[in-house]
Design a protein around this ligand. Structure first.
Ligand code: PLP
Length: 405
């Protein structure tokens, strides 16, 4: 490729390892919930970078934090601590059940830290057999070997065997199955309060309560993977706050940096202190640049105005999607919480979610799938109401073409 020529979509096929199949257009600029591609075509963003761009694109508060910290100190290594990371840890602790925070760079790494800690909890219990991890079918926890093994979609893990042992997958929302499986050898249960990638499926409150009781009864840690549901997505700061259940360990990433890569595992003193110096680590985790941006993003979101705004916007989506479904009758159900929204296709349209997302892109709307049968929206938490209405109009045009096709 000529250094000066403009990169194009063909270059993706030529130079990139083909684990993704991105859209044909290439976005080059974003502002709020609008994006523009190389040709200057405008898009409304209902995808939010997969629940990451919680403040939309180029939000002044995030940009300011990035630029100011960028001129001061980017990285120092974990031989030193730094001011932004300490401020961020304090914010997280003061806003949640947790006493301590471990920072990393992604959701998978946050879960890796949690699952390794769970094994350490088992070890320190004194029973050499307390290493069983309970996870759920259809769950998604990331792509490292441990997290992809904890995930409940064999298609993501089976090619990479031998996999880490001691992980058992149960049907989601099946408390009887959990009762039968969780025992003295269980060191942890890992669960998403809402399965995101798995199709936007909310855990029953009674199911989560039951898991909490079983973990208490058998001395296992309850891990909530809130990588997708966290940082305001559901209208609460974390989704556990909508339930009557408090986990022992919670993982958060995606929206935490609003687009700057950062993840965290948060937990209580009891479990945090089971990790000793040298037990776990990461080069970049909690570096000043990422932490400064996350401080700004998290602080902005963690206010009644923004969190209540999520509920108001969710209502506008719900009404708009209901209207569209009255016209087209494509969806079995529209589900989710806050601005984690899944439109579930009726059986006769099974497997067609991706086709709808492609048509939406052509109409100038970024959307997501959650599996083959669910169209998913995870927009900015502060998407302007006018952009929601305009985006739904574009979605309507895409659906009209879909049923006409
Ligand atoms: C996205 C996601 C992950 C993985 O996060 P990465 O940053 O891609 O590693 C883990 N768990 C859940 C619930 C997710 O939605």
């Amino acid at each position: 490729m000529n250094q000066n020529s403009q990169p194009n979509r063909q270059d993706f096929n030529q130079y990139m390892v083909p684990v993704f199949a991105p859209a044909q257009f290439i976005p080059v600029r974003g502002e709020g919930s609008r994006l523009w591609d190389q040709q200057g075509k405008e898009y409304i963003d209902f995808a939010g970078g997969i629940a990451v761009n919680a403040l939309g694109h180029a939000h002044p508060v995030a940009v300011k934090a990035l630029v100011e910290q960028g001129q001061k100190l980017w990285h120092i290594g974990n031989g030193y601590t730094n001011e932004p990371v300490l401020t961020l840890a304090k914010q997280l602790v003061e806003s949640t059940f947790a006493d301590k925070v471990f920072f990393c760079n992604s959701g998978a790494e946050a879960n890796e830290a949690a699952l390794k800690l769970a094994r350490k909890v088992g070890l320190l219990s004194g029973s050499a057999r307390k290493n069983k991890i309970i996870a759920f079918k259809n769950a998604f926890h990331g792509r490292t070997l441990f997290t992809v093994s904890a995930g409940g979609q064999p298609k993501y893990s089976q090619d990479f065997a031998p996999l880490p042992e001691g992980i058992q997958h149960l049907p989601f929302n099946d408390l009887d199955a959990a009762r039968a499986a969780i025992d003295a050898d269980t060191c942890a249960v890992i669960v998403e309060p809402i399965q995101g990638e798995g199709g936007v499926i909310t855990a029953d409150p009674e199911f989560l309560k039951g898991l909490r009781e079983l973990c208490d009864q058998h001395g296992a840690v309850l891990i909530f993977d809130e990588v997708q549901t966290g940082v305001g997505r559901t209208g609460a700061l974390y989704a556990y706050m909508n339930t009557e259940v408090t986990p022992d360990i919670l993982t958060t990433a995606k929206a935490l940096g609003g687009g700057f890569p950062i993840g965290a595992m948060i937990t209580t003193d009891k479990y945090a202190n089971m990790y000793a110096v040298g037990d776990h680590g990461t080069t970049y985790g909690g570096n000043p640049l990422a932490s400064a941006v996350a401080n700004a993003v998290f602080g902005f979101i963690n206010t009644p105005e923004v969190l209540n705004g999520v509920r108001t916007r969710a209502q506008i989506f719900a009404e708009g999607l209901k209207r569209l479904n009255e016209r087209f009758g494509l969806f079995e159900e529209v589900r989710g919480q806050g601005l984690l929204i899944g439109c579930v296709l009726k059986a006769e349209y099974a497997g067609k979610a991706k086709d709808i997302v492609t048509l939406a892109g052509e109409e100038g709307l970024l959307a997501l799938v959650a599996g083959p049968n669910v169209v998913r929206f995870t927009p900015s938490l502060i998407i302007p109401e006018a952009d929601i209405e305009a985006g739904l109009q574009r979605f309507e045009r895409a659906l009209a073409r879909f049923v006409g096709a």
